[in-house]
Design a protein around this ligand. Structure first.
Ligand code: TRP
Length: 326
């Protein structure tokens, strides 16, 4: 039997190159080898954005359509929306009963976000309990692996601790998942910071050719390289960092020509823009096909909900039995 993998994304709308080289490529590979559960974590979005939910549905739809267009395949993987499976919330409730508050308070993400998101009131029950909900996501499908970046490791450890505590009280049942560290590449945005929607520095997978070219031309390179023939420093250049991804066979040549002052930034950027544009052609074609079919999105989520619920309902039946609430 195939091992199970689960991962979730908060619905933040259209996908960009940061997503693609972060987790998406890993997800595409995983779906060939494992039984994958990929879901949109719309309840998780509420933990920080409960006060403004107007974009939630659109963002979910945009994200799912981009997933499909990049090649996540509902025939191979279970693709669903968290809120379509109320049993996850029920499991989160049970798990919340046995999770000590101290475990949640020592979560590094919690402490960090409290400091960072000063403008939002997130000292809420839902926000501090976020890792319990995440544990329910994972434990409800008995995931063997969760592909995560390093920042998510404490959450996964917490999931394991919660599973152990459940098993200690009610008998062995919930499976402790392992982390599958993704080899995500850092993708710089136009301003050199990590590509992110919230920094407005992202190149989206469905940007048209002209937009991609414009964005690439705006990228900050080496501020000391002012004239074309000034020698550049690829090691600090964002365009070069992207060439490592998009021009793997040309990296040495580009580096040499940049350092010697032979290669100007404009020519360099034009080359990169061409590569990015070419790499997205299939995605764009598929996205057009998907969006031209008015019922496809709904069908994918309806079907995904049925498949996810089948597994998760079974889990809950056993959980209830073990806890004597059946
Ligand atoms: N915490 C993840 C994020 O904020 C989303 C998420 C929710 C998740 N539940 C999960 C990821 C379960 C992996 C497994 O992006």
């Amino acid at each position: 039997m195939k091992k199970r993998v689960l991962t979730g994304y908060r619905p933040t709308g259209k996908l960009h190159l940061g997503h693609l080289h972060g987790n998406l490529h890993t997800m595409l590979e995983l779906q060939e080898e494992f039984e994958c559960f990929f879901f949109i974590a719309d309840w998780h979005a509420l933990t920080t954005d409960y006060a403004d939910t107007k974009n939630l549905k659109d963002f979910t739809k945009e994200m799912v359509i981009d997933w499909l267009a990049i090649g996540l395949d509902p025939k191979k993987s279970v693709i669903y929306r968290q809120s379509d499976v109320p049993e996850i919330a029920e499991l989160a409730l049970y798990l919340s009963m046995l999770t000590p508050i101290a475990w949640l308070e020592r979560n590094p993400t919690y402490k960090e976000q409290l400091k960072e998101l000063k403008k939002k009131e997130i000292a809420t029950h839902g926000f501090i309990g976020y890792p319990v909900l995440q544990a329910a996501d994972i434990l409800s499908v008995h995931a063997d692996f969760v592909p995560v970046g390093e920042d998510q490791l404490p959450h996964l450890e917490l999931t394991r601790e919660i599973a152990r505590r459940f098993n200690h009280f009610y008998g062995d049942y919930l499976k402790e998942p392992s982390a599958k560290l993704s080899r995500a590449k850092r993708v710089p945005g136009m301003d050199g910071r990590k590509m992110s929607k919230s920094y407005s520095n992202a190149i989206y997978l469905d940007d048209d050719d002209a937009t991609i070219e414009k964005k690439v031309m705006k990228m900050i390179t080496d501020e000391k390289k002012i004239r074309i023939d000034d020698p550049g420093r690829p090691e600090i250049c964002n365009v070069f960092e992207l060439h490592r991804i998009y021009s793997p066979d040309k990296v040495e040549e580009i580096e040499k020509r940049c350092r010697s002052g032979e290669l100007g930034c404009v020519e360099d950027k034009k080359e990169l823009a061409k590569k990015i544009i070419a790499s997205l052609a299939t995605f764009r074609k598929r996205k057009e096909e998907i969006t031209s079919d008015p019922s496809l999105y709904d069908d994918v989520l309806t079907d995904g909900a049925v498949k996810a619920r089948k597994v998760i309902t079974e889990t809950l039946q056993t959980v209830r039995k073990k806890m004597n609430i059946d």
